[in-house]
Design a protein around this ligand. Sequence first.
Ligand code: FMN
Length: 187
Amino acid sequence: LSGTNTGILLVLAHPAFERARANAAMLDAARTLDGVAIDDLYELYPDFAIDVRREQELLATHGLIVLQFPLYWYSAPALLKEWLDLVWLHGFAYGETAGALRGKTLLCAVSTGAQAQSYDRSGLHRYTIAEFLRPFEQTARLCDMRWAEPFVLHGAALLDDAALRGEALRYAARLRDLSSSCQDGSR
Ligand SMILES: Cc1cc2nc3c(=O)[nH]c(=O)nc-3n(C[C@H](O)[C@H](O)[C@H](O)COP(=O)(O)O)c2cc1C
């Protein structure tokens, strides 16, 4: 597979997207950008029967890979893990002869139920979101990708529609910034 470093692949993993508020607002905002391919995992693979070739092709042909999901038990919903396990294979994503993902950027875009201040040593959840996302960070590094500072939308249920729209705009701006820095090869 020939690699490219332009365009955004937005991999969405939400098991109940029809009831989503935060992720729906984020997706709507992302759709307004040029060159975004939406890869809706639960829509495509409700039975977890992932088309590995198709997913590898999508990864290889985009430069900014976004993993968008609601935080479930301090991690991603199950299908995103299955997707990583089946698609990010030795010989494709990592290993001596691999390199399909090299130089691409990985962004995790996460919504949480809990508020920002609870993701702290002294808070209920004790660790920061960056700490909970370490497995994704190190996965990116193992595959010679650039790791972007995660986008986090906190306290989804506590935000009214206007606040949610503000967060969605912040998300779109972040995607725009990152995708232009991917294309000119800078950070
Ligand atoms: C199974 C499950 C596990 C969850 N685990 C967490 C969690 O670990 N931390 C947290 O802040 N919120 C947690 N939540 C809340 C969701 O993250 C929150 O409802 C979601 O981000 C809101 O986005 P949405 O409106 O797009 O669904 C959980 C929700 C469910 C259903």
